[in-house]
Design a protein around this ligand. Structure first.
Ligand code: ZN
Length: 319
């Protein structure tokens, strides 16, 4: 019962994140390794929290599994997991964002818009998705006057443990939660172990907060190649990309206006027969207000699992 959740958790202007998996059962199923690294950083902690925003306690089962006593900062430590086999991960060189030379056969989405057989990137009905939360702004989306349909949120572990009550409220309203890493790193630039760390801590945060293991994963910046994919698949997760980017984060610098984005939605709907997945962010009041106005144009939206006939979560744990 104690060691009941070991799996994973996921920040910037359009950026913030967390995840976890249940130990006992996950151990049964995957046989977790017991080696562990010590946390190397405990920085972070932005603005003061109100009483309603108490960060999530570090659970005993995760302390027992990791040997740590608190949630990590933006550089989560790698904790070995028995079910991860690095020998099955293709040896594609790590690279920074925008460095696309030599990646022709690596199926990079951000470099070449390459999609693999099990990537989800569209939907039978044009549907909104939200990245980088939860944040204090997220709550407006789930209250009266917010979203009418159940949608999909790709969360950052760091934000999940910072705003657990908001995360749970989104879940309570029936939306589907996916992982967006622990701290919003460009995954193709990381070592395999660092990628695992971004995924496992994100999952652990989600599991510790709401008792579920995510099925759906969206890579920050769309940064994914076959090396990252191979690791995501070993967690049983599936990649979710998009085919309509609102660039809503540009509202912040007035590089785009809400009217321009709403016009793009209209054009996209007309030229794509109402199909697709829309990329948005539940990070600022401007993006959240935009989201509410976009949804007025898009009736009967679907969650990602509804789009593809899949499951909401890999596993749900009852308390
Ligand atoms: Zn993001």
């Amino acid at each position: 019962m104690l060691v009941q959740r070991i799996m994973l958790i996921p920040f910037v202007y359009h950026i913030l994140f967390f995840t976890v998996v249940t130990a006992a059962r996950v151990t049964e199923k995957f046989g977790f390794g017991l080696d562990r690294l010590r946390s190397q950083d405990t920085k972070t902690s932005p603005k003061p929290l109100t009483p309603a925003e108490q960060p999530l306690q570090f659970p005993q089962w995760l302390e027992a599994f990791t040997g740590l006593k608190s949630w990590p900062g933006n550089e989560p430590p790698y904790i070995p997991l028995d079910f991860i086999d690095f020998s099955q991960v293709p040896q594609i060189p790590a690279h920074n964002q925008g460095q696309c030379q030599g990646l022709v056969n690596a199926c990079s989405f951000d470099c070449f818009n390459c999609i693999s057989y099990d990537d989800v990137y569209t939907c039978p009905r044009l549907s909104q998705t939200f990245d980088d939360g939860p944040t204090p702004q997220t709550i407006k989306l789930v209250l009266d006057g917010g979203l009418k349909d159940k949608l999909t949120f790709f969360t950052l572990g760091v934000n999940v443990v910072r705003y657990p009550h908001i995360y749970r409220e989104v879940v309570r309203h029936g939306h589907v939660m996916g992982s967006h890493t622990w701290s919003h790193k460009y995954l193709p630039s990381l070592l395999n172990e660092q990628i695992v760390a971004q995924l496992e801590w994100s999952i652990w945060a989600m599991n510790a907060t709401a008792g579920h293991l995510p099925k759906w994963f969206r890579p920050p910046y769309g940064g994914v190649d076959d090396r990252v994919r191979a690791i995501v698949r070993q967690f049983g997760m599936q990649l979710v990309l998009w085919n309509m980017d609102t660039f809503d984060w540009k509202l912040f610098d007035n590089l785009r206006t809400e009217q321009e984005i709403l016009g793009d939605i209209d054009k996209y709907t007309l030229s794509n027969q109402g199909l697709g997945l829309v990329l948005e962010h539940d990070t600022t009041l401007a993006t959240v207000n935009l989201a509410i106005n976009i949804q007025k144009k898009l009736p009967k939206q679907m969650t990602v699992p509804q789009c593809v006939g899949g499951i909401d979560y890999i596993k749900l744990f009852k308390e």
